[in-house]
Every structure is written in C-alpha cells, then in structure tokens.
Design a protein around this ligand. Structure first.
Ligand code: IMP
Length: 191
C-alpha cells in the first residue's frame, strides 16, 4: 500500500516510517511533486490535520494522511497550542518561538505542558482521526541538541532529560507523534 504523508519534514518522515514498517510505502510531498503552501487555517488540531489531508486528496487524488501538532502549556491556558509553529512574531522560527515561551513562563512555578498530535487519514473515501499525547514540563533553559521544534525545552513525565537530550531513538519510542502513529499503524494492520 502507498500512502502520502503530507509533509517534507525529514524528522517526521523517519519517525513515521520506522513505526509503520515496510508494508506501507510512505511518500512525502516532494515525492508527489507537491510544492504548495498547504493551508492550515483551522483553530483545532483535528481541523488542521483534516484540512491538509483533504487538500492532497482533492488536488492529487492520493490516499493520504496529515498531522498537526502543538505544545499546550497549562499556565498559558493551552497556548501556544494550534499556533505553536507561529507563536513568535514574524519571522517565526523554533528559536524565536522558544525564546517567547521561556519568557512567558519566566519565574512561573507551574511548568506543566503536553504535546498533542492529531493525524487525519483519508483512505478509500473515508476519514479517520488518531490522537497521541505526552505530558511533561517546560525547562528554564534549552537543554540538548537533537530533535527539532520545542524539543530542547520539553521534559516528558517520568524522565529527567529533554527530548533533545534523550536523542531521536528514545524520543520516537514515547513521543506524542509515535503514539498517534501507533494507532494509525494498528488501524492499517487491521485492513
Ligand atoms: P506541526 O504541526 O508538526 O507543523 O508543528 C507545529 C509546531 O510544533 C512547530 O513549531 C513544530 O516545530 C513544533 N513541533 C511539532 N512536533 C514537534 C516535536 O515532536 N517536538 C518539538 N516540537 C514539535
């Protein structure tokens, strides 16, 4: 089976291919020659994931899945949430997003946060939704070099290291996205 994953993020493609195995061939947006800026204008993770998957299905005709992920911080009433990618002012990038997060949490004792991933799959004309979540806390400063996005400031519950310190292999075993992808993979295995 071939499925398009609506991303070109190499970390996500590797993470997902490792979980799904070789029964399913995962194609990236580059693989199908899609270089569009796919709209992500919904105000929920599910809405954004569905919007991206429907875009690929409607324009390119492929069965596909798309994910939307965000970091939800308790003391910030769930922010940055669906706006995680563009939390900082333009030009929003991970470094500036982290600076803003740490500054908004400056001297806050409640540092609880969770990563949430929603995956929307469109297969044989039907839509399916899978969620994955991991709870943890935000550090006072960056720690570690691996991973991407907010990895250097997030320590998952039950661990002492950030995602960026533990390395991709361990992160990929426990992450929000891994949890959502496992559900996707289990579903695909039942077909
Ligand atoms: P997206 O929905 O996957 O594009 O991600 C939205 C925002 O969350 C971006 O700023 C990403 O860098 C960040 N993000 C997504 N997944 C992760 C992750 O696994 N670790 C850290 N940050 C992430």
């Amino acid at each position: 089976m071939k499925l398009v994953f609506a991303t070109n993020n190499k970390h996500k493609l590797e993470e997902i291919s490792a979980i799904v195995g070789d029964k399913i061939e995962i194609l990236s947006l580059n693989d199908i020659d899609c270089h569009d800026e796919i709209p992500e204008t919904a105000d929920t993770f599910e809405g954004n994931a569905l919007q991206k998957a429907r875009y690929i299905k409607e324009k390119y005709g492929y069965d596909c899945f798309a994910d939307d992920t965000g970091l939800c911080v308790v003391a910030l009433n769930g922010a940055p949430g669906v706006y995680s990618a563009r939390y900082a002012d333009e030009p929003a990038n991970s470094e500036r997003n982290i600076d803003k997060l740490l500054s908004n949490l400056d001297r806050r004792l409640d540092r609880r946060a969770s990563f949430i991933t929603c995956i929307a799959l469109i297969l044989d004309g039907k839509e399916h939704i899978f969620y994955g979540e991991i709870e943890g806390r935000i550090t006072d400063e960056r720690r570690g070099e691996s991973g991407f996005g907010y990895d250097s400031v997030f320590i998952p519950e039950g661990y002492d290291e950030t995602f960026a310190q533990m390395g991709e292999e361990q992160k990929n075993r426990i992450s929000h996205r891994a949890r959502a992808v496992k559900k996707l993979s289990e579903f695909l295995n039942t077909l």
